[in-house]
Design a protein around this ligand. Structure first.
Ligand code: ZN
Length: 326
């Protein structure tokens, strides 16, 4: 895998990350992942990514907009823009790659001799992330989850690194700023970037396999704020009130214990108490039975929920976060 443009020259360069992919319909073909590099002299480097999952759209829109409008004279340092990291998944509109079923955000550190998705992960791990001082990776809920608009940082062992991540998350200034607790952080890009000591911010800006004017506006403003915060883009921060959210261990995630028809009982951002029914699941194979309630794992507000009308056993039904009083 190689880039068709330089990473170390002033100016603006649009090109591709080119990954050879020999297949039935193209013997000597390649996966072509769009990339833009904008550089103006010495300074910090921001690595900006979307499409890590192929069915999440705020990041790709905001990043295509940035790549088409940002000029070298507006910045100090370097901006690397990859709107659709897992480009095969993005082309298919699916979370994982149709080539190898790879979930890029569970494939790190990747393998240069592995599948297509593992090779993409390895290229970021060994080539792109080491160039960066600050990394922003846009996510949303995709086709199966919906979120309140969130910028996120993680609890880290290194207090200074965590504080820098929280400061960058706060500068992004989504309506909600969450100390995100992952269900399982093994193989995540987030973990790989944080383990390299970088400043890392991610988002969950909506979901349902689409984007809205509001959620794209949050992405676009946050992106600009983050670049100003990093000392790369000239300008002043555009800051509105944000709600800080924590996710207490064992009191955030609720999973479906049966399949059926999903009936939300509360909407996103609603306050709930621990044990309160947040949804019902109806048995769609039989009439006459009462639904099974889905109970809030903790007290707080609903920050995410299952999106499709039907739910399967084991699906994440809802996520509760606690508003921080400070
Ligand atoms: Zn995602």
């Amino acid at each position: 895998m190689h880039a068709t443009i330089p990473f170390d020259r002033d100016g603006i360069h649009h090109g591709h990350l080119q990954l050879p992919h020999s297949r039935d319909d193209s013997a000597w073909g390649a996966v072509m992942i769009p990339v833009t590099v904008i550089q103006n002299g010495a300074g910090p480097t921001a690595l900006l990514t979307g499409g890590n999952h192929g069915d999440e759209y705020e990041g790709p829109v905001a990043l295509h907009d940035l790549a088409a409008t940002l000029t070298p004279d507006q910045i100090t340092g370097r901006v690397i823009i990859v709107p659709s990291m897992n480009h095969p998944a993005f082309l298919a509109g699916t979370r994982t790659s149709p080539i190898d079923m790879g979930n890029l955000n569970r494939s790190f550190p990747g393998s240069a001799t592995g599948t297509v998705t593992q090779k993409i992960a390895a290229y970021f791990q060994t080539t792109l992330v080491p160039l960066a001082d600050i990394v922003l990776d846009f996510h949303s809920g995709g086709k199966t989850l919906d979120f309140v608009p969130v910028a996120a940082a993680h609890l880290l062992d290194n207090a200074d690194q965590q504080a820098a991540c929280v400061a960058a998350m706060t500068a992004f200034n989504a309506p909600y700023s969450v100390m995100l607790r992952e269900i399982d952080n093994v193989g995540m890009y987030d973990t790989a970037v944080e383990d390299m000591g970088k400043i890392f911010v991610s988002t969950e800006l909506g979901g349902g396999g689409t984007a809205t004017a509001r959620s794209i506006g949050i992405a676009t403003k946050g992106l600009r704020n983050l670049l100003i915060h990093a000392g790369i883009l000239q300008g002043t921060l555009d800051i509105s009130p944000t709600t800080f959210i924590d996710m207490p261990e064992g009191e955030s995630f609720t999973f479906a214990t049966q399949a059926g028809l999903f009936q939300p009982l509360v909407d996103l951002a609603s306050p709930v108490r621990k044990g309160q029914p947040i949804a019902n699941i109806w048995d769609i194979a039989h009439t006459g039975a009462r639904p099974q309630p889905v109970l809030a794992a903790g007290s707080g507000i609903v920050i995410a929920r299952h999106f499709p009308g039907l739910i399967k056993m084991g699906d994440c039904a809802g996520v509760v976060g606690v508003r921080r009083t400070q």
